[in-house]
Design a protein around this ligand. Structure first.
Ligand code: FRU
Length: 508
């Protein structure tokens, strides 16, 4: 009797342990199924916008909106990561914590080479962060001036940060949405220029020392898209044909071309006071639903490297990951290109990505009279991977990612409507938000008779760069099992002039 009891207890314990292990495994494997391999994501918990991106002494700093205690949005801190090659990131301790002035919303950081701020001591160049402090108590008390701009500085090349004791440096004039300062040095006027998102427009301020700010102008009330509030601006010059043109990037939520959050831009001139766009039509940096609040690194000279938050406020808080939530897009290099009709910004994954490309599988002249299956040729298709396609004609085609669970992600070009598309309606776990299962489209801007497409596919995201990056789409997906196959087809019998497939190596 006694031994039967002992056996029962042991069996019960084994059962309990199995249940626990299974539970851990489900959570663990679920999260590891979706955890990006070549994109930055926080070790644990919630992130949104990239912040304070600055390059100094060979290190790229990435700060980001971070909630260290939960996997949904909450009181914001600045998380921190560093990289020497834009691809491999090292997690660093939290850089900036909330204080009595509020939580730490989005902003930027600069290298104050000339120590205009006076924060530098003993010859140490200060890095200065400029960010919004969001005072929740004041907001709850019904006040309008709860977002103000503050400074923090680092005297050890970005490792640790101290708040300026004169914060806030830019007081709210009584406008509820007054945030996301992006600061740059304007050499012709020898002043710092801050772009600030103020409800439905951008305010520009100038400062000699990052501490005293004077308003210069406003832009945007009647320009571009206005389906929602303007956020996260970025003003910078970009070389085009030997001339420096000015680009103003502005995020918008909601009101994107495929619903929810998205990022628009304007190209024009900036004289230290006013931004004058060449035209005020809406142009989108990325047509996919999952690239928001992106800005560029400061300190990189003429090279402009952009990074976005790879999600959308429509569903960011409920995407099916648990221990962490959200990732950044791939870093992208921005260039201005003339399409014949217009000047547009083209984005391409940074060249540093090639360092993690394994030897490519290359195939020329694939006639798509019948579907082309990548797997039998290459062995099982592995992700993350990079797929490059070049064609000598403009014809319909589609690339389908498949798995054993019967999920599909379809990416392609639709000639009738002259547009690219990504269809994630059957991509697996789509039911967590009514807008997630959708077909998203983006116009083709190139008028060339040739087509090219670079696709970077991680385990839960696809980034499409078509026609040398003139059309860009970023998209999340959450399959029930890893994708293992890629099939390419064309109802019009397109020919792929050259296909390159490379697995992207994880780790360092
Ligand atoms: C954009 C944004 C910013 C704000 C931050 C708060 O996604 O709404 O305007 O500073 O997120 O986390």
């Amino acid at each position: 009797m006694k031994s039967a009891f002992i056996v029962a207890v042991i069996l019960f314990r084994v059962l309990l342990l199995n249940i626990q292990v299974a539970a851990q495994h489900t959570t663990g494997s679920h999260d590891s199924l979706y955890r990006p391999r070549i994109h930055f994501s926080p070790k644990a918990h919630w992130m949104n916008d990239p912040n304070g991106m600055v390059y100094y002494k060979g290190t790229y700093h990435l700060f980001y909106q971070y909630h260290p205690y939960s996997s949904v949005w909450g009181p914001m801190h600045w998380g921190h990561a560093t990289s020497r090659n834009l691809i491999h990131w090292e997690h660093q301790p939290i850089a900036i914590y909330p204080d009595s002035l509020g939580t730490i919303f989005s902003g930027s950081a600069v290298v104050d080479i000339n120590n205009t701020s006076g924060f530098g001591s003993k010859g140490q160049v200060p890095l200065v962060a400029i960010f919004t402090q969001h005072d929740e108590k004041a907001e709850k008390a019904g006040k309008n001036d709860f977002q103000n701009q503050s400074l923090a500085y680092s005297l050890d090349d970005g490792k640790t940060w101290s708040k300026y004791d004169g914060n806030p440096v830019l007081q709210n004039p009584g406008i509820r949405d007054f945030r996301d300062p992006k600061v740059m040095w304007h050499q012709p006027t020898k002043k710092w220029i801050m772009s600030l998102a103020v409800a439905d427009r951008i305010f520009f301020y100038s400062s000699p020392d990052l501490k005293k700010w004077s308003k210069e102008s406003e832009f945007g009330e009647s320009a571009g898209a206005h389906g929602g509030v303007w956020e996260c601006p970025d003003l910078f010059s970009l070389d085009y044909d030997g001339r420096a043109l000015w680009v103003l990037v502005v995020s918008l939520n909601p009101g994107g071309p495929n619903k929810g959050s998205a990022t628009q831009y304007f190209i024009g001139d900036f004289d230290g006071k006013n931004f004058s766009p060449y035209n005020t039509e809406t142009k989108w940096l990325d047509y996919g639903p999952d690239d928001y609040a992106g800005i560029t690194w400061s300190g990189t000279g003429n090279r402009k490297i952009f990074l976005g938050w790879m999600s959308n406020w429509m569903y960011a808080n409920i995407v099916p990951t648990e221990s962490w939530r959200s990732a950044a897009t791939l870093p992208r290099e921005l260039k201005i290109k003339n399409t014949g009709n217009d000047m547009l910004i083209a984005s391409q994954p940074v060249k540093e990505l090639s360092a993690i490309r394994s030897k490519p599988f290359i195939r020329n002249n694939i006639f798509l009279g019948k579907p082309f299956h990548l797997a039998p040729n290459t062995g099982p298709v592995k992700f993350p991977c990079l797929l490059d396609l070049a064609m000598d004609q403009v014809k319909d085609f589609s690339i389908t990612l498949l798995n054993e669970a019967g999920n599909e992600l379809v990416i392609g070009y639709d000639g009738k409507n002259n547009r690219y598309f990504i269809d994630r309606t059957r991509s697996g776990n789509v039911g967590f938000h009514q807008e997630f299962a959708a077909i998203h489209t983006a116009p083709r801007f190139s008028s060339s008779s040739k087509m090219d497409m670079t696709l970077v596919i991680d385990v839960s995201s696809a980034e499409l760069f078509a026609d040398d990056g003139l059309t860009v789409m970023t998209q999340l997906f959450f399959p029930h099992a890893p994708f293992t196959k890629i099939t390419i087809q064309s109802a019009e019998g397109a020919v792929i002039k050259k296909l390159e497939y490379s697995v992207l190596k994880e780790g360092r």
